[in-house]
Design a binder for this molecule. Structure first.
Ligand code: F6P
Length: 540
């Protein structure tokens, strides 16, 4: 990796200069969009995803310079190296092989002299066998009843991806099994779930790479005590997904089954490993899970093998960098016009912000440009009735609009104002990017729309498992491409540690008070003492 500051790269300087030009009034999107070939020139299809970037503030020169940047920064080469098992996570001396978890190729991937594809396939087969036995009733709870509830205990990367996919593929969940997510240590999360489950038919799937995460451990304890209180044997109602030899992989604490995840799979990239594999195979069936993996694999191959000008996630990454570093946008909205995709934004929020919220390069120098963006989102059209006032007339932020061509529930065809619900949804999906881009003149200031607000439109054909896999891989690849261009490591997350350390000190204080009633909080700073006193007094 070249240690030269990014801003010193000739192509970076050229882009900075070019951005001045793109800020000129004649480069307003309403003018750029007058070109009838605009969509043709600024859109691509790959791996069954259509990506339209015609409503970004770019022209041919912008794209040429961005492709030059990608070339300079060896973005695709680094992606290739990542998928081959090179230790791209240099700060932790690890490979980043989430792509291997959905590879159906017979090729080996060697890491530290081991072909990791063997253990990867072994885990996949184990998931298939387990899910099949649960569905057939061969594996049941301790009283012999079939499992009807899966409660996933896990947080962050051990939760958000599975939740996104489970929501997206709810229509495929036809096995009389419900899924619940117990992520938060907040007792309201646990309390609400136990009102929805039947203990005898509940399988708790504990997902934690480290098996030390405080929230997850607290919830495991809560669930274990709850099951014991119901006279049920926890070892017949729990499975774990964790690293080899972690405390969750200890024969002294038996469970129905343990599935391994490996150090080359980062939490936020782990949906296609056992982390997603176990809960999703139980919920939607192994066959659907495999179809999902194959969609993700197809997009991985697209990202690995397509030239820059046709490489969807690379183009998305370059445009994101353009918007962030050259046009000055600080946030990005992800607005799927499909309610089943409602958990995409929270997933990408962690994926992208935990990966790219960094201030130093891979080699430890201060990064001279800002990396990362604030990612947020809600499904459309709900988002339009929530924060789109700001999107149209307030602070501007680029948006990914996501459309699904063919909806589920096609049998409901009644029309309002001459159109079906799905057509109404699309009328909005089509109009919003235009309204943002073109704007509207009005002599009354309050009714004036400045326009020139950028967005992408991403289309998938339907909500099939394969398309959800493609979408997942698209956002993963886009995330790491951006990191490779900035020269940062998207696979570590030291930024989450400080808060955890401080929480440990405060937890110790609370525990001390639980053990000794006369313990006081005087040695803490006044603000901490106030909150601790308030917690124990139960009064405001
Ligand atoms: O706090 C962030 C984090 O470390 C994530 O990166 C990770 O996915 C999550 O916590 C959960 O960690 P674990 O799987 O070890 O419980």
């Amino acid at each position: 990796m070249n240690n030269q500051k990014l801003t010193k790269f000739p192509v970076w300087k050229k882009l900075t200069h070019h951005a001045d030009m793109m800020h000129q009034p004649e480069m307003h999107l309403k003018n750029l969009l007058k070109d009838n070939k605009r969509l043709n020139n600024f859109s691509n299809k790959g791996s069954n995803i259509f990506f339209d970037y015609s409503r970004h503030r770019v022209n041919k020169m912008t794209m040429d310079l961005l492709f030059e940047l990608a070339e300079n920064r060896k973005a695709i080469e680094l992606f290739n190296a990542m998928t081959k098992g090179e230790k791209v996570n240099n700060t932790e001396n690890r490979a980043a092989l989430h792509t291997a978890t959905r590879s159906f190729s017979s090729d080996s991937i060697i890491v530290d002299d081991i072909n990791i594809m063997l253990e990867t396939r072994e885990v996949r087969n184990k998931i298939k066998t387990f899910a099949t036995k649960v569905h057939s009733g061969e594996i049941t709870g301790s009283t012999g009843k079939r499992f009807k509830h899966i409660v996933v205990i896990g947080i962050g990367g051990s939760y958000l991806g599975s939740e996104f996919v489970a929501h997206s593929l709810k229509a495929n969940a036809d096995r009389n099994i419900k899924i619940h997510f117990l992520a938060n240590v907040d007792i309201h999360n646990f309390g609400a779930i136990i009102t929805e489950i039947e203990p005898e038919t509940t399988l708790w799937v504990v997902i934690s790479k480290t098996y030390t995460t405080a929230e997850t451990m607290a919830n495991v304890k809560q669930a274990t005590v709850f099951m014991e209180g119901k006279g049920l044997d926890p070892s017949k109602h729990f499975v774990t997904v964790t690293s080899k030899n972690s405390p969750g992989d200890d024969p002294a604490s038996p469970v129905l089954e343990t599935f391994h995840m490996f150090d080359y799979i980062g939490g936020r990239y782990s949906v296609t490993s056992a982390v997603g594999g176990v809960p999703l195979s139980l919920y939607i069936g192994y066959e659907n899970f495999e179809e999902f993996l194959k969609g993700a694999e197809e997009m991985d191959l697209h990202a690995n093998n397509s030239p820059p000008e046709q490489n969807l996630p690379l183009i998305a990454a370059l445009i994101s960098i353009w918007n962030n570093n050259f046009l000055g946008y600080q946030a990005q909205g992800i607005i799927p016009y499909a309610t089943p995709l409602s958990k995409l934004a929270p997933h990408v929020q962690q994926l992208y912000m935990e990966s790219n919220g960094k201030s130093v390069t891979k080699t430890g120098e201060e990064l001279d440009v800002s990396s990362g963006l604030i990612i947020f989102g809600e499904p459309g059209t709900n988002a339009q009735h929530s924060f789109f006032q700001l999107a149209h007339q307030g602070r501007s932020f680029p948006i990914d609009f996501i459309g699904v061509v063919n909806p589920q529930y096609k049998e409901y065809k009644s029309k309002s104002k001459g159109v079906t619900n799905h057509q109404e949804l699309w009328a909005n999906l089509i109009s919003q990017p235009s309204a943002l881009a073109i704007g509207k003149d009005d002599p009354k200031k309050a009714k004036y729309f400045s326009g020139n607000r950028p967005s992408s439109t991403i289309l998938i054909e339907d909500l099939s498992p394969a398309n959800i896999g493609r979408l997942l891989s698209f956002y993963e690849a886009r995330t790491v491409f951006e990191a490779f261009i900035w020269g940062i490591n998207p696979f570590d997350q030291f930024g989450v540690e400080l808060g955890k350390v401080l929480a440990t000190d405060i937890r110790n204080e609370i525990s001390e008070k639980n053990n000794k009633n006369n313990h006081n909080f005087d040695k803490n700073d006044p603000i901490t003492k106030f909150y601790l006193d308030t917690l124990f007094s139960g009064k405001l």
